[in-house]
Design a protein around this ligand. Sequence first.
Ligand SMILES: [Mn+2]
Length: 443
Amino acid sequence: MDTYFVGNQEYFKGIGKIAYEGPKSDNPLAFKFYDPKKIVRGKTMEDHLRFSVAYWHSFCADGTDPFGKATMHFPWKHDDPMQNARNKAEAAFEFITKLGAPFYAFHDVDASPDSESSAEYEKNYLEIAAYLKRLQDETGVRLLWNTSNLFSHPRYMNGAATNPDFSVLGRAALQVKTSLDVNVMLGGSGYTFWGGREGYMTLWNTDTKREEEHLGTFLRIARDYGRKIGFKGTFYIEPKPMEPSKHQYDFDAATAIAFIRKYGLENDFKCNIENNHATLAGHSFAHDLQVCVDNGMLGSVDANQGDAQNGWDTDEFPTNVYETTEAMLIILRNGGLHNGGLNFDAKRRRNSTELADLFIAHIGGMDAFALGLLTADKILADGKIDAMKKSRYASFDGGDGVLYEKGLIDLVKLADLGRKAQPKDISGKQELLYNLVNQYLFS
Ligand SMILES: [Mn+2]
């Protein structure tokens, strides 16, 4: 096996480059379905899926939860915060290169040490960013998006851009400005806003109208600054209905899109849709993706899955091929992910403590989306499902239905047509569609 590392040492010892070995392989450290150079619909799987590794879950989260201490031990940990950040970057780039993911994503304080001193925060971040640039150049790994953590520090407990204390907005702006500077330096394809604390805990102390307007202004000035310094990527809003706030303003895709339009941000902003956030909002992953595609607002995807038996954001690695098939079908109908990607905002379970588990978790997620892509391709190539969907609307493809779609029938005329109409009971064929999907998946 080839050894591979960046910097001074190998952290994932005994694990080489992950290869495609096909569905019959019993090697847990090999792809069964993700074959990066395989051509599907004229494009490689790698280019369709645009996988990204998330810094925070993979190289920062150590298994700590509200009930227990860390369970994961990272060999790159160092007492000096800057040395720790450089080691972590080397571990991350070794991992991402061995895995063969083309992209990564991070929050400012995942990559670089936070500081109470704003000058030190900026200095640390720019210094680490220069090191990340070096590692990007050395490995060819690219930045899908970065973001600023505007939720962990106590100063953000009442919100960042929506904080009732104006002084907090300034510190948030410093983080966003520096992250945009870093993004341009690293050639990022996107920049994400996730407003975990942009919401409220109780209406008794909250002026929601004012807070939402403050958020609109904050995103507008961030957009203006980004464009001024040459940021060419897409800005993303990542909807989530709750957790940690009781109610978050970017509740779901439909709410975020309405917000984006209300504040005139639709030429620069799109949505970053996360499966587990959609389910937390009472939707399905497919629903929020479809809402985005219908509105030309699908930006990027945080690829994970939730747990049907509890109501919180579990951020599990995606393995449900039924969900990935539906997702990839919608993404293919959208003409692909464009600037976006499939970013694994997912963490291994707290008791999956071996470093190899980090590879196994990502391999499973990549295989699940590869299967989804292959099945979605079969569904589109066969065309039966699309034809069934289209035929349900055939009455709008001829006669008065066409005039109605063109807006040429008023209510009086429509009511007049209604006097003569005799609607029939037409089957939606839902069970047949479900059965067809299983045939595509398993035959
Ligand atoms: Mn999540």
